[in-house]
Write a protein that binds this ligand. Structure first.
Ligand SMILES: *Cc1c(COP(=O)(O)O)cnc(C)c1O
Length: 421
């Protein structure tokens, strides 16, 4: 094999072996060029919901390609984007009734931040502070990095990042601190928006907090006229147990970002949903109040067709039952690690389960991460620990045996890296 010209994401090429090439995908598996089947226990970076190459989505993509490719999305619209927008509004929390398309989770968040700032700008109210939660992740563009946790990932870009106000993570029993901090920031009158990952902070280490914190934050935001942005890029589409995680708190955000599972994970697409008053603040005969955002591939019709098919799967297949079953399977499997001194913080939110490996030096760059990754790979499993945080987030088609195999591997690999075998 000749040396690859490809520069991979989040990859230190000086430390990684040449990469195995995946030839095909099927259900919960990646199949490499030698025919080895790798269990995709993290849904290919959290995007695949039902399973790889779901036939309904694949068929929708094929038939869309018979009709169109990219279509400019200003001046013209297309039926698939319209159908999808109506479908999204139907399933989204109440009050979200406008849909702005883009092409990735990061851009959906950039769009949300611009909508929030535009809202106050167009109303002539000078508010420009953004409040975020500690340990958050909202993407890797400059704006989304600014709202995310600072650290080794973005140290080099610090001069370009804008300042935000940070809430402490609502640890169990310390939820009031988070709410109080938000109340204090809001009292300044400068806060335009709070952006938050509802219930689960993903890349920050699968940190899970209670729904009532979300409800409390929403109440404070509403009282101070500050916009509430739910970044549901990871938590949406059943990942945290309900269609959108916000629904567990019974709240409607002013703006909601969705991507990853929007097409069932098959194609890149994103949507930023917003409430009527956010749209209305941009509705004017004054052209300066236009929402100035676009990307070339806005509302790509083939991606929209995949997303419409995804909605159809949610309507016609027992997806909710599959999610509930997976939730129970996680719970049962996690039980074996209760009172196991090798692990701490066993936790679960819907189809996501996580636990921390007890090691002296944690953190993302801890050597145990890459070591475990290699050991999982050798066992035919795709599991990528976040430092010492082990988590499973499989597609919903995963079987009980497949999931048990992933837990067995965690058990075995943990003992190896801790030197206990
Ligand atoms: C993955 C993720 C993003 C970024 O999405 P991309 O499609 O990778 O740009 C944003 N927010 C959250 C919560 C995510 O998990």
């Amino acid at each position: 094999m000749s040396r690859s010209a490809v520069w991979h994401p989040f990859t230190q090429h000086a430390l990684e072996p040449p990469m195995k090439r995946i030839a095909s995908t099927e259900g919960a598996y990646l199949i490499d060029e030698d025919g080895n089947r790798i269990l995709d226990a993290i849904s290919s970076w959290w995007v695949i919901t039902h399973g790889h190459r779901h036939p309904v989505i694949m068929q929708a993509i094929r038939s869309a390609t018979e009709a169109c490719d990219q279509i400019i999305f200003a001046e013209y619209s297309h039926e698939r984007a319209e159908t999808l927008a109506r479908g999204l509004i139907e399933i989204a929390p109440e009050g979200l009734n406008h849909v702005f398309y883009s092409d990735s989770g990061s851009t959906s968040v950039e769009v949300a931040l611009k909508m929030a700032l535009g809202y106050f700008h167009n109303r002539g109210e000078p508010r420009d502070r953004i409040v975020v939660m500690e340990h958050s992740y909202h993407g890797d563009t400059i704006g989304t990095m600014s709202t995310g946790e600072r650290g080794v990932f973005n140290a080099a870009y610090k001069p370009l990042l804008f300042g935000v106000d940070r809430l402490p993570f609502p640890e169990v029993g310390r939820e009031e601190k988070t709410l109080d901090a938000f109340e204090t920031f809001c009292r300044s009158g400068q806060v335009a928006a709070l952006i938050i990952e509802p219930l689960v902070l993903g890349a920050g280490g699968m940190k899970i907090y209670e729904a009532r914190v979300l409800a409390g934050l929403k109440e404070i935001a509403t009282r101070h006229g500050c916009l509430f942005i739910a970044d549901e890029v990871m938590t949406g589409w059943g990942r945290a147990g309900t269609m959108f995680a916000c629904q567990q708190a019974g709240i409607s955000p002013d703006i909601l970002c969705t991507s990853k599972g929007l097409t069932g994970g098959a194609l890149p697409l994103a949507a930023t949903l917003c409430a009527g008053d956010v749209f209305d603040a941009h509705l004017s005969t004054d052209r300066r109040k236009t929402f100035f955002h676009s990307s070339s591939y806005t509302a790509n019709p083939i991606a929209c067709a995949a997303a419409v098919a995804n909605l159809q799967i949610w309507r016609s297949e027992p997806v909710v039952e599959r999610i509930r079953d997976l939730e129970l399977l996680h719970r049962k499997n996690l039980e074996r690690f209760t009172d196991d001194e090798r692990f701490a913080n066993l936790r679960q939110a819907g189809t996501i389960a996580a636990l921390d490996l007890v090691v002296p030096a944690g953190g993302y760059l801890a050597d145990v991460g890459p070591r475990m990754r290699r050991l999982f790979r050798e066992r035919g499993l795709l599991i990528r620990p976040l430092g010492n945080v082990l988590y499973l987030m499989p597609p919903y088609c995963v079987t009980s045996d497949e999931l048990a195999r992933a837990y067995d591997a965690i058990d075995e690999v943990a003992s190896i890296v801790l030197g206990k075998v």
